[in-house]
Design a protein around this ligand. Structure first.
Ligand SMILES: [Cu+2]
Length: 139
């Protein structure tokens, strides 16, 4: 897959293009160079996607002093991203043994993430609003 991308990319950069464009010596040379850059960008984006395909980003919203969803299932390597759709500051933490963290104050509109490095189940709470609870299960 990656070799195929690289071979197509080399073709594009060498002026071979994808067969539908004039040579780089034409008055359209600039446009042709642009095609090569777009091909390079696409190949890099695809390579990055392939490299990170196994890790998911799970988004947990904080709105009306509550987490949505209130439970999440994840795998080791996934990230958990918390948004703050409230007008108040939140402060997520976990006191579950072996999974402790404290993200500190999170202003309205701010996003914060953690990477899940360990299997297990832990509780996330807000230090400012004790009624907020989230259960995360990591496998
Ligand atoms: Cu809060």
């Amino acid at each position: 897959m990656l070799l195929w991308i690289l071979s197509r990319l080399r073709l594009a950069l060498n002026g071979g293009g994808f067969g539908a464009y004039p040579s780089a010596n034409d008055k359209d040379g600039k446009e042709h160079a642009m095609v090569g850059k777009i091909a390079l960008g696409g190949a890099v984006a695809l390579a990055l996607t392939v490299g990170t395909a196994w890790a998911a980003d799970i988004v947990v919203e904080q709105q009306n002093k509550a987490f949505t969803p209130t439970s999440a299932a994840a795998q080791v390597g996934d990230t958990l991203t918390f948004t703050n759709g409230d007008l108040y500051t939140h402060n997520m933490f976990s006191g579950t043994l072996g999974h402790e963290f404290n993200l500190g104050g999170q202003s309205p509109g701010e996003k914060k993430s953690i990477t899940l490095t360990k299997a297990g189940t832990f509780e996330v709470e807000c230090q400012i609003h004790p009624r907020m609870h989230l259960t995360v299960t990591v496998k």
